[in-house]
Ligand binder design. Structure first.
Ligand code: AP5
Ligand code: MG
Length: 213
C-alpha cells in the first residue's frame, strides 16, 4: 500500500495543487482540514459561524475542534490518504500519530519555499470547490474567466486570500513549523521538495519520493 502522506507547507506553497495531482494520478484520498472547516462554515451551523471569524482572520482553529473534524472524515483502513494542512503545530503532529495514523506507514513532505514569493501566488488563486481544481490568474488561468474548465462552476476567491490575512497566516506558519519539522526529521520521516519549482516538477519530485519509499 502507498504510504500515508503528510503535506507540510506555508499558505500557497502548493499543498492543495499537489494533492489534486496525487488524487487524479495515484488514487490517493484527500483530507484538507481547511476544506473541512470551510464546508462546516458553508453549512451555516453555530460552530460554522464561530469558525468563520477565525478563518477570515487567518488564525488557527483550536486543536480539539480540528482533530474531531479530521477523525470524523477519515477512515484509514485499506486506504492511502494525503493529510493537507494538518498538522499545523507540534501537538497536532503528535495527535495525528496517536489518534489517526496509529503506526501506519507514513511520511511527511515539506514544501520548502521562500515565503515572500507566496503572496502573489495566493492573491491570484481562484478555486473550484466542487471539482477541486485550483487556478492561478497568472500561472494557470481558467479558459473562460471566472469558470472552472472541468465543471463550469463559478470560481471562488477565498475570503482569507487577501494580503493582510495572508501575512498573518504566514506569521503563524513561521512560529509553528520548526518543531513539526524537527519531530518528523528526528524520526527519519521527513522529505523536502523545492516548492519554488513548477507544479509539474514538484509533482515529479513527489512521485520519486513515493516510489523510493
Ligand atoms: P488551508 O485551506 O489549509 O490554507 P493554507 O494552509 O493557508 O494553504 P493554502 O490552501 O492557502 O495553500 P496551498 O499550499 O494549498 O496552495 P495551493 O496549492 O492552493 O487553511 C485555511 C485556514 O483554515 C487556516 O488559515 C486556519 O484558519 C484553518 N485551518 C486549517 N487547518 C487547520 C489546522 N490543522 N489547525 C487549525 N486551523 C486550521 O496553491 C496556491 C496558488 O499557487 C494557486 O493559485 C496555485 O495555482 C498556485 N501554485 C501552486 N503550485 C505552484 C507552483 N509550483 N508554481 C506556481 N504556482 C503554483
Ligand atoms: Mg490548500
Amino acid at each position: 500500500m502507498k504510504p500515508q502522506l503528510i503535506l507540510i507547507g506555508a499558505p500557497g506553497s502548493g499543498k492543495g495543487t499537489q494533492a489534486k495531482n496525487l488524487i487524479d494520478e495515484m488514487g490517493y484520498n484527500h483530507i484538507s482540514t481547511g476544506d473541512l472547516l470551510r464546508a462546516e462554515i458553508a453549512k451555516g451551523s453555530e460552530l460554522g459561524q464561530k469558525l468563520k471569524s477565525i478563518l477570515d482572520a487567518g488564525n488557527l482553529v483550536d486543536d480539539a475542534t480540528v482533530l474531531e473534524l479530521l477523525n470524523a472524515n477519515c477512515e484509514l483502513e485499506g486506504k492511502s490518504y494525503i493529510f493537507d494542512g494538518y498538522p499545523r503545530n507540534l501537538e497536532q503532529a503528535k495527535a495525528l500519530d496517536e489518534h489517526v495514523l496509529k503506526g501506519a506507514n507514513s511520511m511527511a513532505i515539506y514544501f520548502d519555499i521562500d515565503l515572500e514569493i507566496l503572496i502573489e501566488r495566493i492573491v491570484n488563486r481562484r478555486t473550484a470547490p466542487k471539482s477541486g481544481e485550483i487556478y492561478n490568474l497568472i500561472t494557470r488561468p481558467p479558459k473562460v474567466p471566472g469558470k472552472c474548465d472541468v465543471s463550469g462552476e463559478d470560481l471562488v476567491h477565498r475570503k482569507d486570500d487577501n494580503e493582510d490575512t495572508v501575512r498573518n497566516r504566514m506569521n503563524i506558519f513561521k512560529e509553528n513549523v520548526d518543531p513539526i519539522l524537527e519531530y518528523y526529521e528526528g524520526q527519519g520521516r521527513l522529505q523536502r521538495v523545492n516548492a519554488a519549482s513548477s507544479a509539474v516538477e514538484v509533482f515529479e519530485l513527489i512521485k520519486k519520493i513515493i516510489d523510493n519509499k
